[in-house]
Ligand binder design. Structure first.
Ligand code: 5GP
Length: 339
């Protein structure tokens, strides 16, 4: 359960490719705005010499991280560069309830999930580099090895595709200019909060977005879809529901089977937060709908329910990003679930 919605504390999340300068920008505004605090997320990675426990992160061991997961103390958690990172629920809820504003560097899927849970309190700010080449130069300057750079660059494309889904976009060409913009965003959002609180008092609508999960049932080279809209099982998230739970609900309702979370295509780790494969958005009745996209590998080619049919994934109505994912997983999929 999440605490009742009210636009009190704000969580500013800086998203964008690694090495783009999110930390430098964050430090610049933290200096200028004393009542803005950094949100220390939990991580298993080692502490760097310029860091402090409880400031940049809560540095914990793997067993300690596991204990946080087990006690449901994390809103979500993910693997980033082979280490675990997660958002402590208590920190976010205390900030929202107490009207403390936080700022953090959070990977984009986690940040979007946070916004789906706390739509009144989360602000997504995408930081983009002037160019990808520039980004490589900056990484090399930070003394990272070619392997580290290669690993981080793989995340660049993935993160860049989410830029249009954020609330703000800043190009970090010069730190001074970019941090002025970020400073302006924090002040503007604070004044917007004052306005939205008036809307809350008068019970007026204030949400810009809705969130859904779409799940694409896959077997071999085929996907189960229909000609109508939406073309795949889709369901709106109820408040506080994790997108992968909504995806499983969509499968259950459409195909009338008891779905197994294990068959939901995922990142390296499964529970409790199964990584969506993609995020897309559509406009619906004057608001924007965010859709978390999952694949569900059916072990059997079940009889399609009325109105649904199996068709080769190449012929299905899929966004290019999702088609690429199915394509790149195709080999893996054939070996795991031979037809
Ligand atoms: P770093 O090791 O540089 O502090 O963080 C690496 C990356 O992990 C950050 O750029 C950020 O995108 C991501 N990250 C940090 N904390 C969290 C978290 O709590 N949840 C998620 N999903 N990502 C995080």
């Amino acid at each position: 359960m999440t605490i009742p919605q009210r636009r009190l504390g704000l969580v500013f999340t800086l998203v964008g490719p690694p090495g783009v300068g999110k930390n430098a920008l964050m430090n610049a505004v933290l200096k200028r705005i004393p009542d803005l605090k950094q949100f220390p997320t939990a991580t298993t990675r080692g502490m760097r010499s310029n860091e402090q426990h409880g400031r940049e992160h809560l540095f914990v061991t793997r067993p300690e991280f596991q204990a946080l997961i087990d006690s449901d103390a994390l809103i979500e958690w993910q693997v980033v560069h082979d280490e675990l990172y997660g958002m402590p629920r208590a920190t976010v809820e205390a900030a929202i309830a107490g009207e403390h504003d936080l700022i953090a560097d959070i990977e984009v899927l986690g940040a979007t999930y946070l916004r789906s849970l706390y739509p009144d309190n989360t602000v997504l700010i995408f930081i983009q580099p002037p160019s990808v080449n520039e980004l490589k130069k900056r990484m090399a300057k930070r003394g990272e090895t070619p392997e580290e750079i290669a690993k981080r660059l793989r995340r660049v494309d993935m993160e860049m595709q989410y830029a249009p889904l954020c609330d703000y976009l800043i190009t970090n060409t010069k730190l001074r200019e970019a941090s002025k913009i970020l400073y302006g965003i924090v002040l503007a959002e604070r004044s917007r909060r004052a306005l939205l609180n008036l809307r809350v008092e008068r019970d007026l609508p204030r949400h810009k977005f809705t969130y859904s999960a779409t799940v694409i049932p896959v077997h071999g080279q085929e996907v189960l879809g229909r000609d109508g809209s939406p073309p795949f099982p889709t369901i709106q998230l109820t408040h506080g529901e994790a997108p992968h739970d909504a995806a499983l609900r969509a499968i259950r309702q459409t195909l009338d089977i008891i779905p197994s979370p294990d068959l939901l295509a995922q990142g390296q780790l499964s529970q409790p937060f199964i990584l969506p494969l993609a995020l897309t958005s559509t406009e619906q009745a004057h608001h924007e709908q965010f859709i978390f996209v999952y694949l569900y590998y059916l072990p059997e080619r079940i009889e399609p329910p009325e109105g649904w049919r199996w068709l080769p994934y190449q012929q299905a109505e899929l966004s290019p990003a999702v088609r690429d994912i199915i394509h790149s997983r195709h080999h893996e999929l054939l070996t795991e679930h031979p037809v």
